[in-house]
Write a protein that binds this ligand. Structure first.
Ligand SMILES: CC(C)(COP(=O)(O)OP(=O)(O)OC[C@H]1O[C@@H](n2cnc3c(N)ncnc32)[C@H](O)[C@@H]1OP(=O)(O)O)[C@@H](O)C(=O)NCCC(=O)NCCSC(=O)CCC(=O)O
Ligand SMILES: N[C@@H](CCO)C(=O)O
Length: 354
């Protein structure tokens, strides 16, 4: 939450020059104090549906202990769902119709699993573009994760993502490339983010369309970019919301796919994620799985509990810091009426006045 410059202490203006939010006493006394409403469009597959809820709810809730947040989960048609997942959605999720009626201050769109070569062939493409179209007009800022980033860039700028020769998979070091931007001001200048994707939108393609790159990795490409207006769409290609265990769960799924004959090669390790102790456990386990597969015998469970104590989470604090900046800025410019994106006087083409 912002500082109020209640005296003439020069430090206030020095901090403001460095990108810190500072309110004048007059602005502070007239600010409408209310809760913030954040939508979560959850399009992750069933197995990750509730884990994804926990991950984004946690980032929103943990990033700021003073403001009050209402997070509104909803989903769209066109995704394969089990009866149990449908029941969960039916019981706990809101409809997009209700979301539109009530309005949102901010919207998070999760990643997703795809089954076609081109995003526009997915059954969820049309419903997803309807959410984009509504949110671009009515929501102060939209934060897209991974596949949602690729889909929005394709639908807005006509740039199709590129299939990578090998999956970008692991925990990668990133640098803040624009230290002045309020979304990353006061955040560590180097931090980790997990990535898990077969596809990428490259920096040059983003820049060609006026997107601003804020955080990138030499190994893993762009993680964080913003729309040309500087704030209305936030693009993540990585997964800062992931739990320590998420990449292990994906690795375990790939081992099972190998064992079941759904992939030919034994899966590589996600990069920069397993320490030597875990690699030793997993190489022994790999020998066991390969031998069992050859012999047509059942396999033992991957020893997750033994591995868990070795897994570090090196990305969560920075993820919370970026979320705190994002939601803090949303709060400063959103309208008191949550159905309207901006307060009077905010320029929609440059909402942060950059
Ligand atoms: C890997 C799996 C299948 C693992 O799920 P399983 O149900 O098999 O796990 P399990 O070992 O049986 O364990 C179940 C317990 O683990 C929890 N759990 C499951 N997945 C988790 C995850 N990812 N992170 C943290 N916890 C997780 C469950 O809530 C449950 O907890 P409790 O028992 O405590 O309830 C899933 O996580 C998954 O589908 N992940 C992939 C998501 C995905 O497709 N992402 C695409 C994003 S990338 C993108 O957007 C596209 C990029 C591109 O196309 O290039
Ligand atoms: N943006 C509003 C807060 C949300 O109603 C204000 O700063 O007064």
């Amino acid at each position: 939450m912002p500082l109020v410059a209640h005296t003439n202490l020069p430090t206030f203006w020095r901090l403001q020059d460095e990108g810190e939010e500072i309110l004048t006493p007059d602005r502070a006394s007239r600010q409408s104090i209310r809760e913030l409403h954040v939508g979560l469009l959850n399009i992750m597959p069933d197995a990750a549906l509730e884990a994804t809820e926990r991950q984004f709810f946690r980032l929103v809730g943990a990033c700021n202990q003073i403001a009050q947040f209402h997070v509104h989960p909803f989903t769209i048609e066109g995704l394969q769902r089990s009866p149990a997942a449908l029941e969960h959605i039916h019981t706990y999720y809101e409809s997009f119709e209700k979301i539109k009626l009530d309005g949102l201050d901010a919207l998070i769109i999760s990643g997703a699993n795809v089954t076609h070569d081109h995003l526009q062939d997915e059954a969820f493409w049309q419903p997803l573009t309807e959410v984009f179209a509504w949110a671009k007009q009515n929501v102060t800022s939209i934060l897209c994760s991974c596949l949602a980033t690729h889909a929005l860039i394709q639908s807005c700028y006509g740039v199709e993502r590129t299939r990578l020769p090998a999956k970008r998979w692991g925990v990668f070091s990133h640098r803040v490339v624009d230290r002045q931007h309020p979304l990353v001001a006061e955040v560590n200048t180097r931090f980790d983010v997990p990535h898990s994707r077969y596809n990428e939108v490259f920096k040059a393609d983003m820049e060609k369309h006026g997107l601003k790159i804020l955080v990138a990795s030499e190994e893993a490409g762009v993680h964080l970019a913003v729309s040309p207006d500087g704030f209305r769409v936030i693009f993540f290609q990585g997964h800062p919301e992931y739990d320590d265990i998420s990449l292990l769960k994906e690795y375990k799924r790939e081992v099972m796919r190998f064992y079941n004959g759904e992939r030919d090669d034994y899966p590589p390790y996600p990069e920069h994620y397993f320490d030597v102790a875990v690699q030793n456990i997993l190489s022994t386990y790999a020998e066991h799985v390969k031998a069992a597969k050859r012999a047509g015998e059942p396999i033992q469970q991957l020893p997750e509990a033994q591995i868990l104590e070795h897994l570090d989470i090196t990305w969560r604090d920075s993820a919370k810091a970026v979320f705190n900046n994002w939601l803090g800025k949303v709060y400063q410019i959103t309208n008191e009426d949550r159905r309207l994106p901006f307060m009077d006087g905010i320029d929609p083409d440059n909402p942060l006045g950059l």
